[in-house]
Design a protein around this ligand. Sequence first.
Ligand code: SAM
Length: 300
Amino acid sequence: WRWTGWNGWGLTGRWSWSVRNLQKAAIQIIYLVATPIGNLEDITLRAINVLKNVDLIAAEDTRHTLKLLNHLEISKPMISCHRHNENEKSNKIIEKLKEGKNIAIVSDAGTPGISDPGEEVVKEAIKENIQIIPIPGACAAINALIVSGIDTKEFYFLGFLPLNKKLRKEKLNEIKNINKTIILYEAPHKILNTINDLENILENRQVVFAREITKIHEEFIRGTIKEIKEKIENPKGEFVIIIEGNKNVENIENKLNLLTINEHYNYYENKGYSKKEIIKLIAKDRNVNKNEIYQKFINK
Ligand code: SAM
């Protein structure tokens, strides 16, 4: 049921031509198509083919996507599906799919669903048993991370910091204590404000500001947050911020089996796990049989 070429929708080569065409009307597929984050050449051949062959494109901003479609010489009906109407538009998209239409979801730039519309439609489509296919491509977060020089093994994608003061403070506190690489998005006009907030919590951790990735003024600014602040007095363009994890925060999860069994139990209990879950987790951490742990806490 995967797309294998444009001679048949989503069918494998095992199917005969006639079967493919019979099936064509019955299969509804929703494609999440990644589009460029700046350089228009960053779109895959598969993405172009999908955009050419779907019945409808649901775009975050139809005017923005029209420019891309014009560049690719594709003419296709579009509907808008943005942050403020995603719930309502998801139903409309599902209706269209049920009518037998194949639909591509695109955002203004990069990968749909990553700090962009897409998530709600996917959830609805899953409920309706509709097939969903990702069409991979550009994503600002991943491209900033891979050239950052900061640990890529484990990372925490945080997206945009909340605007609400209290929630923002909570997130900044979280950043302060995370020992994994952190990825942030920030809107151009808020970058100075965010630099100031980060300055208060990051001390001398390494940070990379990835500016205008794939565009003419692409730049990767590396250093401590203080150094970066001096380097970018007048920030222009789009930024991804990559922050080194806090190396002073011990990775307690790796050291749980050094605790006594009761300390181990309390650790998970404080995190809100049920007795059954705790027993399972302890058994896994200590690589022992669940029953052995169960016996120890039978009366707890
Ligand atoms: N879905 C997109 C993706 O896959 O990367 C992200 C969309 S989010 C609404 C927009 C944010 O992504 C910007 O504020 C910026 O933080 C980041 N971004 C997008 N394009 C970028 C680029 N070319 N250079 C640097 N950051 C970019």
